[in-house]
Design a protein around this ligand. Structure first.
Ligand SMILES: Cc1ncc(COP(=O)(O)O)c(C=O)c1O
Length: 503
């Protein structure tokens, strides 16, 4: 194995589930003796009262604490090592964001606190909305959506409401083949029809290609276009102004998937190239934590003509400088999320933006692109690079030829990387690249880490040629070896039960 400075090694404790540990009567808390009359729950709750004990684990405080600490050590996390999961953008989460989100005034505020008593939180939301508008070149913003995918759903709902206000109901939405799967899914959820734009040789969409698709597929039935920029092949869509014009000329609107804004902050703005509405993933671009399904935040930013249709209620600053939630918005698509969204994420993103400032955000994008291009340069002669020009914030490689020569698959390479101490990149996505390895290093990683990762990738290639079985059987050094992923997906065992434990 290559000499990486950081490698998985050392002690990890294997232990049974917490339900199988402890002893009757053991506890981590010392409760005072009962000094009020005992009550039979049945008299209050009737048939709903529990008949038997809940069978909760009975463990001491150290047992409970160690159990959860041990579990946390069985897995990779961005706080312990390089995590180059392409498209998902696993940025380091600065600890000052955590400090800010835990300030008692934010943490303990009840979501139904009257506006007058929640001025600080409303003010932060208002400033965050304005900061996101500045980054994206848009006129207004709604923080409600709780994920990029929900942002897409909401943006398309706003586009539909806009068309409806003009007495139209167009259905077709053009989407490049390389788009994130959530794009066509959001169309389907809105009752819209996704029309695919095929991948081109250079990885970007061309005006003539769109024009041909418009004439062939839709005539005047154009709701709009969904375009990711930089796209999921890691390439900047350089024809956007002409493309946007083609759609606008047909009465359609342009949705920008701004999940990759981290590559262009301070250099290009979705609004400036004519897009009408976008979402931004705070959990990708603005360092708020994610993984394992959330909690995310996917605010939508949009142009003036879509303002009336945005979700309600809306954080507003009155003429007296006081903030309030404006509920009187008759053309709004309505509420899309309980309360105002994932508020803790707003604090983290806002802290990051204030900490970085405009110049800092610009530098973050520059370094994200530099790091990805460095990896591209280190690896392109070893693994095929399906897109020829230098990438933006993520690099896409392909190992189809390696598989043909050695039988080692993309998944095997991903698993073997775990043995070298690296979380695997995204594999088999984008779908338009067979054998895709999608690597997103992000801006905070050092050259030493990038070199260690590139060395490991090159070393695995050598292993694939000389000892293919070693790579096919990986990982060998992790706590748990190769899983039966199909079985885990089809028959997940997510709950402990006495019966399953006895098997
Ligand atoms: C380009 C792109 N669009 C949309 C999404 C969906 O975002 P989310 O996972 O927050 O729903 C992602 C997620 O990584 C993405 O990379």
């Amino acid at each position: 194995m290559s000499k990486s400075q950081v490698q998985p090694q050392g002690i990890k404790f294997r232990e049974p589930p917490i339900f199988e540990r402890g002893a009757a009567g053991r506890s981590g808390a010392s409760l005072p003796a009962l000094d009020v009359p005992e009550v039979d729950p049945k008299t209050t709750f009737g048939a709903l009262a529990r008949g038997a004990e809940a069978e909760l684990p009975e463990v001491s405080e150290p047992e409970a604490y160690r159990h959860f600490l041990r579990l946390s050590q069985w897995n990779y996390c961005i706080d312990s090592q390089f995590f180059p999961l392409g498209s998902c953008t696993m940025k380091y989460n600065p600890k000052i964001n955590e400090w800010a989100a835990r300030l008692p005034g934010f943490l303990n505020l009840h979501p139904q606190t009257p506006d007058e008593l929640a001025q600080g939180t409303l003010e932060i939301m208002w400033h965050l909305e304005h900061a996101l508008c500045q980054v994206s070149g848009m006129d207004d913003c709604s923080l409600q959506p709780s994920a990029g995918a929900q942002g897409e759903l909401v943006g398309l709902m706003m586009m539909r409401a806009y068309h409806a206000s003009k007495g139209r109901n167009p259905l077709k939405v053009f989407i490049p083949e390389s788009a994130h799967g959530t794009n066509p899914a959001s169309c389907a959820l809105n009752g819209l029809v996704a029309v695919k734009l095929d991948r081109t040789e250079d990885g970007i969409t061309h005006p003539e290609q769109l024009l041909a698709a418009i004439e062939r597929e839709s005539g005047d039935d154009i709701c709009g276009l969904m375009m990711t920029n930089p796209n999921t092949l890691g390439v900047y869509e350089s024809h956007l102004p002409q493309i946007v014009k083609l759609i606008h000329d047909k009465g359609g609107l342009v949705y920008g998937d701004g999940a990759n804004t981290n590559a262009i902050m301070g250099y290009a703005r979705h609004g400036d190239v004519g897009m009408d509405v976008i979402h931004i993933n705070l959990h990708k671009t603005f360092t708020t934590p994610h993984g394992g399904g959330g909690p995310g935040s996917g605010p939508v930013c949009f142009k003036k003509h879509l303002i009336p249709f945005q979700p309600a209620p809306k954080v507003t600053r009155g003429d007296n400088g006081r903030y309030f939630l404006d509920r009187n918005r008759p053309e709004s698509i309505g509420r899309v999320r309980a309360f105002q969204g994932n508020f803790g994420m707003f604090i983290r993103a806002y802290t990051y933006i204030r900490e970085m400032g405009g110049e800092g955000l610009k530098l973050a994008s520059a370094l994200a692109v530099l790091n990805a291009r460095y990896l591209w340069w280190r690896l392109k002669d070893h693994y095929a690079a399906p897109v020829e020009q230098p990438c933006m914030h993520e690099v896409i490689l392909s190992d189809v030829e390696i598989e043909k020569a050695t039988g080692v698959k993309t998944l095997d390479i991903a698993k073997r990387l775990l043995d070298y101490g690296f979380h695997a990149p995204t594999v088999y996505f984008p779908l338009v690249v067979p054998g895709a390895l999608m690597i997103e290093p992000t801006e905070t990683e050092t050259k030493e880490t990038l070199d260690e990762f590139a060395d490991a990738m090159i070393e695995i290639l050598r292993e694939a040629k000389e000892q293919p079985e070693l790579v096919k059987g990986a990982p060998h050094r992790t706590f748990v070896g190769r899983m039966d992923e199909a079985r885990a997906a089809r028959q997940p065992r997510l709950r402990w039960s006495k019966e399953s434990a006895a098997k």
